[in-house]
Design a protein around this ligand. Structure first.
Ligand SMILES: [Zn+2]
Length: 409
């Protein structure tokens, strides 16, 4: 009897990986990775020295384009928002493609001192791991494929993208999926972020952030007493939101992170602002929360303005200051089955996670995507003592290379 369904998918994927891994060029690519850890670390050290603060990634993107050209990728260049892009041609060039991306931006301001320290296998520098490891892996994979002369079935597109961290709000990936000429050709997308080889982010944690402002005429605490106080009105709205019953499955959270406003203890404030952070694995819950925030603020302001002269009325605004869409990789998508088969082949016990990464964008659009570590180990992420240790990197890179080729075939 023929086996169909998920088990058959995994069996097919496992057979595919076994066959791929037995090919001589794949062995040669693995051999290159084994012998060139020093080269990979040299690239990593070089790239962390090119500062890439939020909205200032240009020099690092140029540096990466230079490396892509040295590795003889095709169509190398910056796209409209500053992502570095290069294509490794497959046999059927111009059709479906597989994307490998790593964000190039860091959280560190432009004036952060960068003095990388390399001790044995360990590199200490701001951004050494997040995402020095991911960007170095892009280069390592491209170099290993090229050295081995591998012609994958489809084009592999390498992207060093801007705008992953914080206020960057995934703008690099968002731009790619809105404007890149090959955006409709992406059959699978592998994101590399940080170190490790045992975790796969397959669920995109969605988040929306809002800046809420309530403003009015303000006034003197004694002579103008009775006028609506924006701090009091916003507090009422926040108290109401605090009483909301949020969904636990899918897990949904709402945080008020900051409140600012007022000028003096004896003045009715002219303005108050608060920042909200809503998160959920489910896009609908985020929309629901947005409606609740609007309702709570609007109701509180309308109530405060009842019977109040127009020139003394309060006004409010709600501005979205961050939007990371939610999404999830289907259990039986080919990329997921390929990853399970690759991990089984390499003896890796992997686990899946929910996180907010560049993969949020393709996942929210229904493009099969996941985010992996680039091998090795790391810590002190987002601090100036951030470190990366290359021990075990080779296994992580083999995992990425096999997965890419499997998704292509
Ligand atoms: Zn990162």
């Amino acid at each position: 009897m023929a086996v169909t369904g998920p088990a058959a998918g995994l069996a097919t994927a496992f057979a595919r990986i076994g066959q791929l891994a037995s090919l001589r060029p794949v062995h040669e690519a693995f051999g290159w990775l084994h012998l060139h850890e020093q080269q990979i670390m040299a690239w990593q050290q070089e790239l962390v020295m090119v500062a890439a603060p939020p909205f200032g990634e240009g020099p690092r993107a140029e540096w990466l384009c230079g490396k892509f050209r040295e590795l003889e990728l095709d169509d190398v260049g910056l796209d409209g928002i500053g992502n570095a892009v290069g294509v490794y041609r497959g046999e059927e060039s111009g059709g479906a493609c597989v994307l490998l991306s790593a964000h190039i931006d860091t959280v560190f301001p432009a004036d952060t001192p960068i003095e990388p320290q390399l001790n044995g296998t360990r590199l200490t520098a701001p951004g050494a791991c997040d995402n020095g490891a991911g960007v170095a892996a892009l280069l390592a994979v491209a170099a290993a494929l090229g050295h081995a002369g591998i012609r994958p079935a489809c084009d592999l597109v390498f992207v060093g993208n801007v705008g992953e961290e914080g206020e960057g709000n995934l703008r690099g990936m968002r731009h790619f999926y809105q404007h890149a000429p090959l955006r409709d050709r992406v059959a699978a997308h592998v994101v590399l972020d940080g170190a490790g080889h045992e975790v796969a982010v397959t669920h995109a944690l969605g988040s929306r952030r809002y800046l809420v402002t309530i403003a009015g005429p303000g006034g003197h605490s004694w002579t103008d007493a009775g006028r609506a106080n924006p701090v009091v009105v916003l507090s009422r709205a926040i108290a109401g939101l605090g009483d909301l019953n949020l969904s636990t499955k899918p897990r949904t959270t709402l945080n008020v992170g900051t409140i600012e406003g007022g000028t003096s203890v004896n003045a009715i404030p002219e303005q108050v602002t608060a920042r909200f952070d809503a998160r959920s694995t489910d896009a609908e819950q985020l929309i629901r929360l947005e409606v609740e925030i609007h309702r709570a603020v609007e109701d509180a302001v309308i109530e405060a303005n009842e019977g109040v002269k127009r020139e003394h009325a309060l006004r409010f605004s709600i501005e979205m200051i961050g939007d990371r869409p939610a999404g999830a990789l289907a259990e039986h998508s080919i990329i997921f089955e390929n990853l399970r088969a690759v991990d089984r082949h390499l003896g890796i016990r992997s686990e899946t996670r929910i996180a907010s990464t560049d993969a949020n964008i393709p996942l929210s659009l229904g493009v099969p995507a996941l985010s992996l570590g680039a091998g090795g180990d790391g810590g002190g992420i987002h601090t100036r003592n951030e470190w990366y240790d290359a021990r075990g990197r080779e296994l992580g890179l083999r995992r990425i290379l096999l997965l890419l080729l499997a998704c292509c075939s």
